[in-house]
Design a protein around this ligand. Structure first.
Ligand code: SAM
Length: 275
């Protein structure tokens, strides 16, 4: 809806119009034979086209993360299957997919619509507290043990998840990823990295997003609910990899801050290799 029109329409009316639009788009998906999550449930994983973002990441998983069809994969913060859906076409029956997330509505949709057709795809709810996604969650992410065995995955990815976790939770997740990833396995993690270039671009107003509020160990653009979006100093993130056992294989900058000439994706991306 154009901004001028938006100002004239009160929020409850806008909500009704949005829901109505979602219902129409769901019918179009169904008529095209597509089994996709309803639009009313998709919003929490981000703006942009749900299917195009999933397809784009599948290309990055294969090209940069060297993902193979027979790999055993872990999707930390799997949301509502935006990445799992394209993977159903890529992973073979020798491969396996596991995903967990605090958002029960997303996980339940995935179990019902994906695991029922692809028995090697497994989803779990982990009732983790996150002020933005799951404020009443029972478990604290800073001491959560991933429910998987040591050295059990070939490929672990987090897309737009370390952009919502505070530093202590991230530190624990680095340790858990290091524990459950196999030797020679790869991690694929997206970030919003603060460095001189991204600061200059944000200050020049190249994008609306500006992570200018410093918290303890990270930056936010949203003072009322910081976990809605968190950015980290690049040096802090590098230090996690330097501590091992996963070293940085490749760092690729995204265009989130208005950067030109990155790899094409929105968030910054680090491919790690467990040695
Ligand atoms: C922007 S969404 C991205 C979802 C999914 N990775 C994708 O790319 O479609 C962020 C996700 O992180 C999940 N999340 C929040 N706190 C988490 C935690 N402590 N552990 C795992 N996932 C978490 C949210 O529930 C949400 O699904």
């Amino acid at each position: 809806m154009p901004t001028t029109l938006k100002r004239l329409v009160p929020p409850p009316v806008r909500r009704v119009l949005r829901n109505f639009q979602g219902v129409i788009l769901d019918r179009i998906d169904a008529a095209r034979g597509l089994d996709l999550p309803p639009h009313r449930l998709r919003g929490f994983v981000g703006d942009g086209s749900f299917t195009a973002t999933g397809e784009e990441h599948l290309r990055y998983f294969i090209e940069y993360g060297k993902l193979r069809p027979d790999h055993k994969v872990l999707d930390v913060g799997c949301g509502i299957g935006r990445m799992a859906l394209p993977l159903t076409r890529y992973l073979s029956t020798k491969g396996e997919y596991h995903g967990f997330d605090p958002t029960a509505a997303g996980v339940n949709w995935c179990t019902e619509h994906i695991s029922s057709r692809f028995p090697n795809f497994h989803f779990k709810v982990a009732d983790l507290r996150n002020e933005f996604y799951n404020p009443l969650g029972k478990y604290q992410p800073e001491n959560f043990r991933f429910p998987y065995q040591d050295n059990s995955f070939d490929f672990i990815f987090l897309t737009s998840v370390f952009t919502h976790l505070f530093p202590d939770a991230m530190r624990n997740y680095f340790s858990e990823i290091g524990r459950v990833l196999r030797q020679d396995g790869r991690s694929f993690i997206t970030y919003l990295l603060i460095n001189p270039e991204s600061v200059a671009l944000m200050n020049a107003g190249k994008r609306k997003l500006n992570f200018r509020h410093k918290l303890n160990g990270c930056w936010t653009a949203y003072t009322d609910n910081p976990e809605a979006g968190l950015a980290f100093d690049e040096a802090t993130i590098r230090s996690h990899y330097q501590a091992g056992p996963i070293r940085i294989e490749e760092l690729k900058y995204g265009n989130w801050c208005g950067r030109q000439g990155g790899y094409g994706g929105y968030q910054d991306l680090i491919i790690g290799l467990k040695e």
